[in-house]
Design a protein around this ligand. Structure first.
Ligand SMILES: Cc1cc2nc3c(=O)[nH]c(=O)nc-3n(C[C@H](O)[C@H](O)[C@H](O)COP(=O)(O)OP(=O)(O)OC[C@H]3O[C@@H](n4cnc5c(N)ncnc54)[C@H](O)[C@@H]3O)c2cc1C
Length: 264
């Protein structure tokens, strides 16, 4: 079973800031890591390969530094990894991202399954997996919690549904998005990390993909983030200090004041 896993390099969460002018993430100073849900996607893919053979190929679209996420994927057990990088891809929204990923998958070879995380920890739109399915014209299952079996060209899995689960099957080839925390991603070993560091990672640019310049990056992005801001705080927290008795007295005074206000 040949599986592609799309992985995204994201800033380490506490290190994220948004440019007040461009409204894009400031990545220069941010330390980066593999998107957490993508580690779950890789774990599902490697476990499927162990059951059904085949290979797992990791893809990322990003700046050259995104190779780090691919090395993490290789250390977790991906057989190969592909970096899709071009200045022309900068500023991509989810449509332009999914279009480039879909074309890269097509050019690379034939896959039975594509797995993505259900959402990234930075943009967090959760749109790339389903859009990828749309560009490939494949069916998809979103927010899969567990893959149960692959039989006669169909994959069966569990999705979260209200307070329970829903069992669904999809005809292959298909796209799955898997939820963060749905499994325990394996840790790289010292040896797997060394072999991941030695592996050559090919890079595709738009020259290889041959997409029209107007279909990629900012030019190919119909969605624009116009503003980002913190919600206005209506309620203010008041910090009470003193001995437990003093604090109890202050709470009582606040309650009486509120009661007085409520009773006019
Ligand atoms: C605050 C903020 C809000 C945004 N809101 C929107 C919006 O509403 N609409 C919009 O079109 N764009 C939006 N963007 C831009 C969006 O973040 C980018 O398009 C980004 O390339 C992909 O979106 P995502 O991170 O939300 O992906 P998600 O759909 O959340 O990612 C799901 C999965 O797709 C895969 N994936 C995502 N990106 C890549 C990649 N580059 N390479 C490989 N695999 C990948 C990973 O497996 C990931 O787990 C926003 C950006 C920011 C910073």
């Amino acid at each position: 079973m040949d599986i592609a896993v799309c992985v995204k390099q994201v800033p380490v969460s506490n290190d994220v800031s948004v440019d007040p002018v461009t409204h894009s993430l400031v990545r220069d100073s941010a330390e980066s890591m593999l998107n957490p849900a993508d580690a779950n996607a890789l774990e599902e893919a490697v476990a499927l390969r162990e059951r059904y053979d085949g290979q797992v190929i990791a893809f990322t679209m990003g700046p050259p530094s995104a190779e780090k996420a691919l090395r993490a994927a290789l250390a977790m057990g991906a057989d190969d990894a592909v970096l899709i990088t071009d200045r022309a891809f900068a500023g991509a929204d989810t449509v332009a991202t999914a279009r480039v990923l879909a074309e890269s998958l097509r050019r690379y070879g034939v896959f039975d399954l594509v797995i993505t995380g259900s959402e990234s920890s930075d943009g967090a739109t959760g749109q790339v997996g389903p859009m990828l399915a749309e560009f490939l014209a494949w069916p998809h299952l979103t927010e899969v919690r567990r893959i149960e079996a692959v039989e006669t060209g169909r994959l069966r899995g569990l999705k979260k549904f209200k307070n329970g689960f829903l069992r669904a099957a999809v005809t292959l080839p298909a796209v799955l998005t898997v939820s963060y925390g749905c499994n325990e991603p394996r840790l790289p070993t010292f040896l797997s990390q060394i072999s991941a560091n030695k592996k050559s990672v090919p890079a595709y640019t738009n020259k290889e993909l041959g997409l029209s310049p107007g279909a990629v990056g900012l030019a190919g992005s119909p969605t624009e983030v116009i503003d980002t801001f913190a919600p206005e705080r209506r309620k203010r927290a008041e910090l009470l200090s003193g001995t437990p008795e003093e604090i109890a007295g202050k709470i009582l005074a606040l309650i009486e004041k509120k009661r007085g206000k409520d009773n006019g």
